[in-house]
Design a protein around this ligand. Structure first.
Ligand code: CU
Length: 134
């Protein structure tokens, strides 16, 4: 009994050590990026903007990121002061992140996102240009 629990402890310590090494050696927030899903966005008071967070090395979607900063403005059409509020919506599938926004004008909008990925240091920062259409 005692022997078994010692083994379990040793195994978990090895696991922690390996995870730590992997984080230092391989993980990089630059490996992650947000991509637009379903462009263009249809204008309206309840426009839905959908993005996917992808690990570029594996090509896989990344669930459970914490998006702590978001901004939508018309910088691409030389209206950086024209902003609208983004309301997070429930994800439709793992690795996909959705927002509701009052997109009142057709044209180019810039979506800026800041996010933390589970198990990674640093911050994923992305700027995406969205076309809004009637
Ligand atoms: Cu505008």
């Amino acid at each position: 009994m005692k022997f078994n629990s010692m083994r379990a402890l040793a195994a978990s310590l090895i696991c922690v050590a390996m995870t730590g090494t992997a984080t230092i050696a391989y993980a990089d927030v630059k490996d992650y990026e947000f991509q637009l899903v379903d462009p263009p966005v249809k204008i309206g008071p309840g426009a839905i903007v959908t993005v996917r967070l992808v690990n570029k090395k594996t090509g896989k979607p990344v669930p459970d990121a914490v998006i702590f900063a978001s901004r939508l403005d018309m910088t691409p059409d030389s209206m950086p002061d024209m902003t609208t509020k983004l309301t997070p919506m429930p994800d439709s599938e793992p690795g996909t992140y959705r927002f509701k926004a009052n997109v009142s004008m057709a044209g180019g909008w810039q979506l800026s996102l800041g996010a933390k990925v589970q198990g990674e240091g640093g911050t994923v920062q992305s700027k995406l240009v969205i076309r809004a259409e009637k």
